[in-house]
Structure formats: C-alpha cells, structure tokens
Design a protein around this ligand. Sequence first.
Ligand code: PAP
Length: 286
Amino acid sequence: MFQRHFHAQDTDLIIASHPKTGTTWLKSLLFATVNRFNQPKNESALLKHHPHELVYRLENNVYGEAFEYPRPQHLNELPSPRLLNTHMPYNSLPGSIMSSGCRVLYISRNPLDTVVSFYYFMLDLLKKMVHEKQFINTSLEDFFEDFYNGRSVHGPFFEHVLGYWKASLEHPDKLLFLKYEDLKKDPVNHVKKLAEFVGVPFSPQEESEGVIQDIIQLCSIKNLKELEVNKSGVFNKYYDKKSYFRKGEIGDGIQQLAPSMVERMNKLMEEKLEGTGLSFECISQS
Ligand code: PAP
C-alpha cells in the first residue's frame, strides 16, 4: 500500500530508521525544531502527545491494514512540512521519496544496543498478542540469532543501514545520516545540523537564548518518560506508549549480551562495514 500509493511532496521531511535506533527521539527533536516558531517550549504538542502520534509511520499508522488511525486522506490534512516516518529499507522506498525534493533523515545505532532494545520491545508487544505465545518463550539468545542472521521484520540490519548510508554519500543534500551515539555525545551540534538540513537553521539570537538546549531538554528521555501522555495508554491496539522509552543509554547491549555474542556481532559488523567508511562504537558505556 505505502509503496504503491504514497506520493512524497517536495516539502516532506521523512525520518527513516531500522526499529529501535532512536526513531522516537529523532521524531521529537525534528518536531520541536520545525515547530519552534509556533509552539514555544511550554506549549509544545510534545507535552500532550506521544511523539509517534505527531509523526506518523507511513507503512503502519497511515497505510497499515489493521491499525486505527490515521488513514491516507489525513496525510493531505497535515500542515506543511509534513513530518513522516518509515522503517522500510532504502531499496523498498516509494520512488517519489527520492525523485521529489523531500528530505530524508536516517537514524542508526550500534547493533548491540539495537538488538537488545528490539528484543524487550517485542517481548512487551507480543505479550499483548496472545496468539503469539510462542514468541513469549523466545529468549534474548534466540532473538539475537535471528537478528544476527538477518531475520528481522524490516530486513537485515546491516543492509538496512548500508542502503541509507550509501544513499547519503551519493545525495548528501537529500539524505542526512545520523547516529544515536553521536546525538547522545554532542546533541547541540547535531540538532544544529538537523535544523540546517531541513531549512530552519537557528539564528545567532536563538543560539544565545538557549533555544537549542531547550529543545534538547524537552526531548530528553528523562523528560519525555515522565510526561503523563507517555506513561500509560496504547496506540494501534497493542503498542504501549511507555514501551518506547526504556533506558536510552549507550552500552546496554554489552551489559546484556554474553561476551561471545558481543564478539560475534562485532566481527560481523567489521565484515559488513569494511570499506564503507561507516563505523559504530559498540564498546562505550554511557
Ligand atoms: P521505534 O523504532 O519502535 O520507534 P525507537 O524510538 O527507534 O523505536 O527506539 C527506542 C529506543 O530509543 C529505546 O532504547 P532502549 O531500549 O535501549 O532504552 C528508547 O529508550 C530510546 N529512546 C526513546 N526516546 C529517547 C530519547 N528521547 N532519548 C534517547 N533515547 C530514547
């Protein structure tokens, strides 16, 4: 549905990601940055809505069969620029995304933290889907094996990341490639970069008034996690709002996975990323 029917507009801003790599965070930062002129920090819609209700996932929220809202026609009602999201691999994107003037922001994360984050999220989700009892018995080790072997809902992790990485090198004005770890370590410069990329750079006055820091604070996991709107409730029947905010740290993968699993993943990463110019830090602790 999404592939066949979605037509990107030149002004669209589309967040692309493999699941559990920082999508919710980037949705919040992008939303707060783009809407900072009409929504001062204490009036931000982020205070009343979950980030996933403000930036729709196209293949799921918009074009998904089994989900509640919105429907494709609502896309036309979104204010410009439309902020949208997809977990689709680069090769599966509807053609209009690359042929139109829209911008794509991809967020990536080291595979160890991603797989652990993904496991806990799926565990929570599938506990709600009683017919998936089998998965509930799945261990982190089994989930890791599937992920390691490329058996993942949105395709193999490294192919997902590399598809967008290569596209970002070929089309740097069209596709901004971000890393969760970089955002954590240097949020100010990355939020500045993001704002420039989407055409709303911060003015010197905004910088001196601390507008960037306010956005970072608003979108911090500590802040979002404590908001009533993100603490309870579900959307699309099964998705617990709070399940999108877990630890938000670098290094959880190292803590939770056996050393042999870490070693195998690091080796696979080395092989897959060799010669691409892309690397992830998997060993740092937050
Ligand atoms: P999604 O792909 O289903 O939308 P996504 O938001 O990409 O999920 O990933 C969730 C991860 O981002 C969680 O990581 P963890 O399991 O290792 O803790 C979640 O905690 C983290 N996260 C969510 N919001 C933020 C935030 N504001 N800052 C930093 N990390 C965040």
